[in-house]
Design a protein around this ligand. Structure first.
Ligand SMILES: [Fe+2]
Length: 107
Protein backbone atom coordinates (compact mmCIF):
# COMPACT_ATOMS: atom_id res chain seq x y z
CA UNK A 1 0.00 0.00 0.00
CA UNK A 2 1.34 3.40 -0.97
CA UNK A 3 2.05 5.81 1.87
CA UNK A 4 -0.01 8.96 1.38
CA UNK A 5 1.12 10.69 4.55
CA UNK A 6 2.84 14.01 4.15
CA UNK A 7 3.94 16.82 6.40
CA UNK A 8 2.10 20.15 6.06
CA UNK A 9 4.20 22.78 4.31
CA UNK A 10 3.31 25.36 6.96
CA UNK A 11 1.29 25.09 10.16
CA UNK A 12 -2.17 26.65 9.96
CA UNK A 13 -1.36 28.60 13.09
CA UNK A 14 2.20 29.50 14.04
CA UNK A 15 1.48 28.61 17.67
CA UNK A 16 0.02 25.25 16.72
CA UNK A 17 2.38 22.29 16.73
CA UNK A 18 2.28 19.58 14.09
CA UNK A 19 1.08 16.97 16.59
CA UNK A 20 -2.34 18.57 17.28
CA UNK A 21 -2.74 19.24 13.56
CA UNK A 22 -2.31 15.55 12.85
CA UNK A 23 -4.58 14.50 15.67
CA UNK A 24 -7.69 16.28 14.39
CA UNK A 25 -8.80 13.96 11.60
CA UNK A 26 -8.84 10.13 11.46
CA UNK A 27 -6.68 9.98 8.31
CA UNK A 28 -4.24 12.48 9.80
CA UNK A 29 -4.17 10.55 13.09
CA UNK A 30 -3.34 7.49 11.03
CA UNK A 31 -0.44 9.39 9.46
CA UNK A 32 0.78 10.42 12.91
CA UNK A 33 0.68 6.82 14.04
CA UNK A 34 2.57 5.85 10.88
CA UNK A 35 5.34 8.38 11.60
CA UNK A 36 5.44 7.36 15.26
CA UNK A 37 5.89 3.71 14.30
CA UNK A 38 8.58 4.61 11.75
CA UNK A 39 10.43 6.69 14.34
CA UNK A 40 10.30 3.81 16.79
CA UNK A 41 11.60 1.37 14.17
CA UNK A 42 14.43 3.75 13.33
CA UNK A 43 15.20 3.86 17.06
CA UNK A 44 14.66 7.62 17.10
CA UNK A 45 12.42 7.33 20.14
CA UNK A 46 12.42 5.19 23.24
CA UNK A 47 10.71 5.38 26.60
CA UNK A 48 10.10 8.75 28.25
CA UNK A 49 13.12 8.55 30.56
CA UNK A 50 15.49 7.63 27.73
CA UNK A 51 14.05 10.34 25.48
CA UNK A 52 14.46 12.93 28.23
CA UNK A 53 18.05 11.84 28.94
CA UNK A 54 18.80 12.17 25.21
CA UNK A 55 17.21 15.62 25.11
CA UNK A 56 19.09 16.73 28.25
CA UNK A 57 22.35 15.64 26.60
CA UNK A 58 21.58 17.72 23.52
CA UNK A 59 20.64 20.76 25.54
CA UNK A 60 23.72 20.37 27.76
CA UNK A 61 25.93 20.31 24.66
CA UNK A 62 24.30 23.52 23.44
CA UNK A 63 24.81 25.14 26.88
CA UNK A 64 28.28 23.88 27.75
CA UNK A 65 29.90 23.85 24.33
CA UNK A 66 28.02 25.17 21.31
CA UNK A 67 26.58 28.55 22.32
CA UNK A 68 29.40 29.20 24.79
CA UNK A 69 31.93 28.73 21.96
CA UNK A 70 29.86 30.80 19.51
CA UNK A 71 29.70 33.67 22.01
CA UNK A 72 33.43 33.47 22.72
CA UNK A 73 34.24 33.45 19.01
CA UNK A 74 31.93 36.38 18.32
CA UNK A 75 33.46 38.32 21.20
CA UNK A 76 36.98 37.55 19.96
CA UNK A 77 35.98 38.79 16.52
CA UNK A 78 34.68 42.01 18.04
CA UNK A 79 31.04 41.35 17.22
CA UNK A 80 29.48 42.25 20.52
CA UNK A 81 25.91 42.06 19.20
CA UNK A 82 26.41 38.49 18.00
CA UNK A 83 28.13 37.57 21.27
CA UNK A 84 25.20 38.97 23.23
CA UNK A 85 22.71 37.08 21.08
CA UNK A 86 24.56 33.76 21.49
CA UNK A 87 24.72 34.36 25.23
CA UNK A 88 20.98 35.05 25.27
CA UNK A 89 20.22 31.88 23.30
CA UNK A 90 22.45 29.94 25.69
CA UNK A 91 20.25 31.14 28.56
CA UNK A 92 17.21 29.76 26.70
CA UNK A 93 18.99 26.42 26.31
CA UNK A 94 19.74 26.37 30.05
CA UNK A 95 16.00 26.65 30.66
CA UNK A 96 15.31 23.80 28.22
CA UNK A 97 17.92 21.59 29.88
CA UNK A 98 16.54 22.35 33.32
CA UNK A 99 12.92 21.78 32.22
CA UNK A 100 13.81 18.38 30.76
CA UNK A 101 15.77 17.53 33.91
CA UNK A 102 12.78 18.47 36.08
CA UNK A 103 10.50 16.35 33.88
CA UNK A 104 12.89 13.39 34.18
CA UNK A 105 12.95 13.79 37.95
CA UNK A 106 9.13 13.66 38.03
CA UNK A 107 9.00 10.27 36.30
FE1 LIG B 1 16.87 23.84 23.30
Amino acid sequence: MRNTCSMPSTPANRDETILPTYSKQPRERSCFEHFAEEAKLAELVSDDAANLREAIGGEAYEVDTMYRTFAEQAQAAGDNAAAARFTEVRQDEIQHRDAFTAALNRL
